[in-house]
Design a protein around this ligand. Structure first.
Ligand SMILES: Nc1nc2c(c(=O)[nH]1)N[C@H]1C(S)=C(S)[C@@H](COP(=O)(O)O)O[C@H]1N2
Ligand SMILES: [Mo]
Length: 453
């Protein structure tokens, strides 16, 4: 299977598989004795030991890599890094978020997709978190940033308050792992196959440990009248004046918080530094970045970002509004579109599942386009409104195969197939496409995005 950043992307058996017992002993002895004259001895042992296969299978210079003691095993390594903030290996330089050429007219009102096919586990490294901005991103001076909380009229709370970042960071905090998915994720695939890789089909999805103050703590300080103030308006400080209504039940449940932390450090500027709203299970647009104001009110606000945008166009021509929850969904990330299987034999199928309604309960995987399903292993931890990693053992016999995953959440909701979803939603929607994804593995080993009709 190809790894995003391997130069050749080729899966080869190591020539060392053909080493004789003498060759193996030479490597071990040399390690025990210190590394003087290693290369000479080890070669002599391997080649004199009759390992013709080793010689035949060796790399360009005829040397099995395990017998070629590289410079880094003999010399002095680099001094501690002079830059205090570490970077990935230069061999991982291809693991990048990527915009989709031509998708948007400007790079400020645009999106950059996370490379899901290259990630392990459930956490998205902060530098690879997808980006979605309506009016560009800013690196805001936290000492000048303020959060104001007020009511749509004065009777809905005792006292409006304005917080500095220092004041917010003194308050009781929580740290929780949650996924964030743009409502438009997979939105290009409504009518037909549109993009080749899971970076582009599903990469408006990321997962982090966020840290911040539960909104309820702040509202209690302001003396919010929860009986009457049933809605919250969240407003961002960037030029898009991003505004979204959040129902008060979500605040009362304790789940909504204002976050300053992401994976153990402060938020990245692209993610809303120094403060963003975290609304677990709800589509990304409600996670307002550069959060500057929260207003409590007694009715939904009907802002531009929830009446004109972020509505679901139904087959009859009507729009659905306020469909904010991200329903249960999953995707196989390896093998996935654009990758290449070179050898028959064992592969671990691996992917991500999530639900805006709670925990993922089960993921079934098929390798024959849905005729037979097997239940995948769920990797710990399985957390609510968080990505869950699933895996399944698979032997590829070199024949075409269609891989799909189907997730179920703890409410019993089952991820729909493409046809099933289209029967209800039509094909002209943008948002909330949570259909089962299909990857075709061709006889050549190439993996392609397909839809079963
Ligand atoms: N202030 C502000 N908040 C915003 C946006 C924005 O453009 N401005 N974009 C929203 C959308 S549509 C999404 S999907 C998420 C993206 O968050 P991310 O860029 O951290 O991935 O932020 C939301 N919050
Ligand atoms: Mo979004």
């Amino acid at each position: 299977m190809t790894h995003e950043s391997f130069p050749s992307g080729r899966l080869r058996k190591a020539p060392e598989n053909f080493l004789t017992p003498d060759g193996v002993r030479a490597v071990v002895d040399e390690a025990r004795q210190g590394r003087r004259d290693f290369v000479r001895h080890a070669f002599a042992a391997a080649l004199a030991g009759g390992s013709a296969a080793a010689a035949a299978q060796a790399g360009p210079a005829g040397d099995p890599a395990i017998l070629t003691l590289p410079e880094h095993s003999r010399g002095l390594g680099q001094a501690v890094a002079t830059e205090g903030y570490g970077k990935p290996s230069r061999y991982e330089a291809n693991v990048q978020r990527r915009p989709s050429p031509g998708l948007t007219q400007t790079a400020q009102a645009s999106v950059s997709f996370a490379p899901l096919q290259s990630l392990f586990g459930i956490v998205t490294p902060s530098g690879l978190h997808f980006e979605r901005h309506h009016q560009g991103w800013w690196d805001i001076d936290p000492s000048r940033h303020r959060l104001m909380i007020n009511g749509s009229d004065d009777t809905l709370l005792n006292k409006p308050l304005v917080f500095t970042m220092d004041e917010l960071m003194r308050l009781p905090s929580v740290s929780r792992f949650h996924f964030i998915e743009c409502g438009a994720n997979t939105g290009m695939e409504w009518g037909n196959v549109a993009v080749p890789t899971c970076q582009y089909t599903h990469g408006m999805l990321s997962c982090s440990e966020f840290t911040g103050v539960p909104l309820r703590v702040l509202f209690d300080l302001c003396g919010v009248d929860y009986k009457r103030a049933r809605y919250v308006l969240a407003e961002g400080a960037d030029g898009s004046s991003m505004t979204r209504t959040v129902p008060m039940e979500l605040v009362e449940s304790g789940e909504v918080f204002v976050a300053y932390g992401q994976n153990g450090e402060m938020l990245r500027p692209e993610q809303g530094y120094p403060l963003r709203l975290v609304v677990p299970g709800v589509q990304g647009v409600s996670w307002v970045k550069y959060l500057r104001r929260l207003e409590v009110g007694d009715q939904p606000y009907g802002t531009k970002d929830e009446t004109v945008h972020y509505v679901d166009l139904m087959p009859g021509g009507l729009h659905r509004q306020y469909t904010s929850t991200q329903e249960c969904k999953s995707v196989i990330t390896t093998p996935s579109g654009g990758q290449l299987l070179l050898d028959r034999g064992y592969y671990q199928i691996s992917g991500l599942a999530w639900s805006g309604r709670g925990k993922v309960k089960r993921v079934d995987v098929t390798t024959d386009g849905g005729r037979n399903w097997r239940t995948a292993r769920l990797q710990d931890p399985v957390m609510s409104k968080c990505l869950t990693r699933f895996t399944l053992d698979w032997q590829w016999h070199g024949k075409p195969a269609i891989l799909q995953s189907r997730a179920m959440d703890e409410t019993g909701y089952v991820q729909p197939g493409t046809r099933q979803l289209r029967a209800v939603r039509g094909t002209r929607s943008i948002y909330h496409n949570n259909a089962i994804q299909s990857w075709l593995v061709e006889e050549s080993g190439e993996v392609r995005n397909v839809q079963l009709s």
